[in-house]
Design a protein around this ligand. Sequence first.
Ligand code: NAD
Ligand code: IPM
Ligand code: MN
Length: 346
Amino acid sequence: MSRCSLVLLPGDGVGAEVTRAARVVLEAAAVRFGHDFAFTEHLIGGAAIDATGEPLPEATLEACLLADAVFLGAVGGPKWDQAPKRPEQGLLAIRKRLGLFANLRPATVDEALITRSPLKPEAVRGVDILIVRELTGGVYFGERTRTETTASDLCTYSVEEIERVARIAFEAARGRCGRLTSVDKANVLETSRLWRETVVRLHRDYPDVALEHQLVDSMAMKLITSPADYDVVLTENMFGDILSDEASVLAGSIGLLGSASLGASGPGIFEPIHGSAPDIAGQDRANPIGAIRSAAMLLRYGLKLETEADAVEAAVVAAIVAGQLTGDVGGTLGTQAVAEGIAARL
Ligand code: NAD
Ligand code: IPM
Ligand code: MN
């Protein structure tokens, strides 16, 4: 029996719905395996702006710093698109403040969903990619300038920032198929040239891992034409954001992919890769599986509960095989019914 303190940050739009779904499954896992999970909910994003004027209130940050792990739904929405402070600033700030430099985004193709991808079944069969996205550097966090007629966003990376996330990717490749693809734009960008040099140098510590480099434009193409060729894909912040949404198409829906945002120490944030989906928010239509897979990653990486994580992942696969799914992947169930079905399997 272990007692764990978990902070939930539902955020905006479908964020609240998928967070409820993840909680139902975590509660079922706690009962099944005899744990005591204490949940507290805090504000982030647009909901926090409405209540406090800030996208990341101090109370939320403090609660996260004290937690064993944090689950986040999604932030953002049209309501705040013209606001002086944006919901997305809250998400970027909490990632930075918790030092979560590595974002693990697995993209796997479930055999039972093979026809849900717009790609040919033979192209996507067996795909199992882990995108390792740098999360606290690059153009997302550089200095910004703006006048009436010009704007700039500075992209900066240091060797240290590249090394620490690259180590995570090399280690992950070692534990998987031993192949690492580092994605950059070294034919144009100085940050990418530093990225590539640093990854090449680090490779000396991992001679057992087969390393290749891909330019991001051709990677975007190859992810569609030959996704089964890839194992671990390491890339910088913005390229990883884009490539992971693209990779979700292989799986069949953006609603299927979870992620873990991890630092060197302290609590991680576990978050589906999708956003607040304003077009379907409040309708019980969002696919909760990305959130539930994020909850499984919370168990695995956040709480070191491997057996529990395996059980949640197996329950997800069983629900997929049984076709107990939301409409985006051809099912007829609502968000909460899918989550309850997965919880019941536990
Ligand atoms: P989005 O991911 O919210 O939605 C893109 C499309 O995918 C929409 O058609 C949506 O209905 C669908 N979709 C998303 N999640 C789904 C799910 N769980 N099940 C079924 N379908 C799903 O991206 P967007 O529309 O570009 O962005 C909307 C808002 O979300 C923006 O404010 C953006 O900044 C924000 N956003 C937040 C996060 C996050 O909090 N981590 C991630 C991405 C986007
Ligand atoms: C994601 C989102 C965020 C990102 C936004 C909302 C800041 O797209 O988590 O993928 O770009 O990191
Ligand atoms: Mn994104």
